[in-house]
Design a protein around this ligand. Structure first.
Ligand SMILES: *Cc1c(COP(=O)(O)O)cnc(C)c1O
Ligand SMILES: [Zn+2]
Length: 418
């Protein structure tokens, strides 16, 4: 990899274009627009070539020039380069010619796509001299901050709604993070964290560090393009909470096109939400540019953000790429989880059920044409949301330790299925 060199130039307001120095700050002082990292693409184009990539380790950091750190990264060095799986059996079930699963349910170390954003945020936090990191989370972010902070020797405070799945709570506590359960929904957690961030001098990965943090999501897009043999897929289905991942998948594709790493092609980005928390898909379906905040009520707790910070930009990205947005009920989410598990052997969390359920709907409606190819972004692991499917997947059949009983069971099964 190239020697230490910064490819970042500034932070820039997405609304008015004013530029800011590369510090821990996230909103424009003039119009409160979100700040975004600006890069020197001419320099990057000379360094980030297919030839250079060939000899780099298979982690998200192989695209280091397009990730917002100045020095070599120090946290989450093993994150990313998750499998891209050709899902032929699921493709047949959903009625599409070709389907791929980008499987971040097995991301290292905390089994969700959040390891990508956290690895960037904590590496950058260290560069800026912070010793305490924090986040407002719907669960997976807390897990990832807790795990990555532990391995980096950073102090971590994670703030979550107190009614999260047991699996998500335990997966933060085990690492020794200070876990604060807030009696309220995510949007209230987030509001409190904005106040805390202003008062305590901590690096809040998705508050004052958000411009850097969010860039980590682009690595999912980079990997998809490289793993498809340097092609941007025609259709990508992405589930949405704040809408940040979706906007950054698009940015990732467009950076690779701009750098000449893949040929120009049409690439539609489709957004997926749970009906019980669907401010973005509802706005898109109504043809609106702005969403109306909602109070979440869904089993897809990782996506339960009623006031999505990047909702406006996600709507824009969906519209500008010619994509669609859809949402699915809790039952359809469970069905999506089962379909993915039964067809491909992948146990995704509820958010994955949202992505599969929405893909099924879009294919059935012809919005994603049957003769096309699509990539589904699977973002989290089912072992963390066992509560969601408990009681819906049948029970083991119990017998005595007797061959006769087993033979009777099989014989009975044969007559049932015959
Ligand atoms: C956080 C999260 C997302 C998407 O988050 P955005 O806020 O839209 O970037 C998707 N899936 C899972 C499992 C998540 O934890
Ligand atoms: Zn501005």
């Amino acid at each position: 990899m190239q020697k230490t060199e910064s490819y970042m130039r500034a932070l820039r307001c997405r609304e008015c274009g004013r530029e800011y120095p590369l510090t821990a700050t996230h909103v424009c002082e003039f119009d409160f627009g979100p700040l975004e990292v600006v890069y020197d693409y001419d320099l990057i184009q000379r360094r980030l070539t297919r030839a250079a990539l060939a000899s780099r380790p298979q982690t998200m950091w192989r695209y280091r020039e397009l990730l917002p750190v100045v020095d070599e990264p120090t946290v989450g060095l093993q994150v990313g380069f998750t499998p891209l799986i050709k899902a032929d059996r699921l493709a047949r079930r959903l009625g599409i010619r070709e389907l791929w699963i980008k499987n971040d349910a097995v991301n290292y170390p905390s089994l969700s796509f959040k390891d990508r954003v956290v690895s960037v945020a904590l590496s950058r936090s260290r560069e800026l001299g912070f010793d305490t990191v924090a986040c407002a989370s719907t669960g997976n972010l807390a897990n990832s901050v807790a795990a990555n902070a532990a391995s980096a020797g950073l102090r971590a405070y994670v703030f979550i709604p107190s009614d999260l799945e047991q699996g998500k709570i335990l997966n933060s506590l085990i690492y020794g993070a200070r876990v604060i359960g807030i009696r309220g929904h995510y949007d209230e957690v987030n509001r409190l964290c904005a106040e805390i961030a202003g008062k305590f001098g901590w690096a809040f990965v998705n508050v004052n560090m958000r411009p850097y943090y969010a860039e980590g999501s682009k690595s999912m897009a980079f990997e998809i393009v490289e793993q498809l043999g340097w092609q941007v897929p025609k259709h990508t289905v992405v589930c949405m909470a704040s809408g940040s991942l979706l906007t950054k998948i698009r940015k990732g594709y467009e950076e690779f096109l701009k750098l000449g790493l893949a040929p120009e092609t049409e690439h539609r980005i489709h957004g997926a939400q749970a009906t019980g928390c669907s401010p973005i898909s509802t706005a898109h379906k109504a043809g609106l540019d702005f969403f109306k905040p909602v109070k979440p009520d869904t089993i897809a707790k990782s996506l339960a953000i009623g006031t999505p910070a990047d909702g406006f930009y996600a709507l824009k990205a969906i519209k500008e790429t010619g994509g669609a947005a859809e949402d699915v009920t809790d039952d359809e989410i469970r069905e999506g989880m089962r379909l993915l598990a039964e067809c491909e052997g992948i146990f995704a969390e509820t958010a994955g059920g949202v992505t599969v359920g929405v893909a099924k709907k879009l294919i059935a409606a012809g919005v994603i044409p049957a003769e096309d190819s699509a990539v589904l972004c699977i973002t989290g692991n089912g072992l963390k949301t066992l509560d969601a499917v408990t009681g819906c997947v049948g029970q083991p059949r119990e017998i005595k330790p007797s061959l006769r009983e087993f033979e009777a069971l099989v014989a009975n099964e044969e007559t049932v299925t015959a």
